[in-house]
Design a protein around this ligand. Structure first.
Ligand SMILES: [Fe+2]
Length: 188
């Protein structure tokens, strides 16, 4: 079970709206390398992991990714609140707005809806852990790409925090794979 803590893992306080940027950052909410997929990938893979420390690691990181999903959603919300019609149109946010108003919807930056086909749950320890290592790097690179498009310090601060956590997750998966795996993958 989960117990909800009524605060973000890291504070999000964005002063300036920027719907164009929000339409890019939403990819880390519901895009191909985003936090929704990350949390579901790990929280689903854990059931078939044969070793307790791997189950625990996937539960820890999957739960943290849910916290990151909440942070990204908050960034998108703060970048799109109190917009007027002109701002929406000028930013090219009108297509999103027609479907979702200023709600936070899980989609790619390209507009495609989130799909479970962006994640893998193979039931094989090594296949899943190798997938997870790659997934963390793809999340890291998406945050790097987002950082290319903003100089707003309020946004950069949060995105840099999230980027750093992906690096930490990559390291934790790598350490676990190295120390636990003895050369034979175990499925169950
Ligand atoms: Fe991660």
């Amino acid at each position: 079970m989960f117990v909800y803590e009524k605060k973000l893992q890291y504070p999000v306080r964005i002063k300036n709206t920027n719907p164009k940027l929000a339409a890019l950052i939403i990819s880390q909410y519901g895009g191909p390398h985003g936090e929704l997929g990350a949390s579901l990938r790990y929280l689903s893979q854990r059931y078939s992991m044969p070793y307790p420390e791997l189950k625990g690691l996937l539960t820890d990181i999957g739960t943290e990714e849910l916290g990151h999903l909440e942070m990204v959603g908050t960034v998108v919300h703060q970048l799109t609140r109190n917009l007027n019609a002109n701002q929406i149109k000028e930013a090219g946010f009108d297509q999103y707005f027609v479907d979702h108003t200023a709600g936070v919807y899980p989609q790619f930056a390209s507009g495609e809806s989130w799909t479970a086909s962006t994640i893998s749950v193979s039931g094989d320890t090594i296949a899943d852990l190798t997938e997870d290592l790659a997934a963390e790097q793809k999340a890291r690179l998406t945050y790097d790409n987002i950082l290319r498009f903003t100089d707003d310090p309020d946004v950069r601060d949060v995105i840099k925090f999230l980027r750093e956590r992906e690096v930490v997750h990559f390291q934790r998966f790598g350490e676990t794979k190295r120390t636990r795996w003895n050369g034979t993958s175990k499925s169950c």
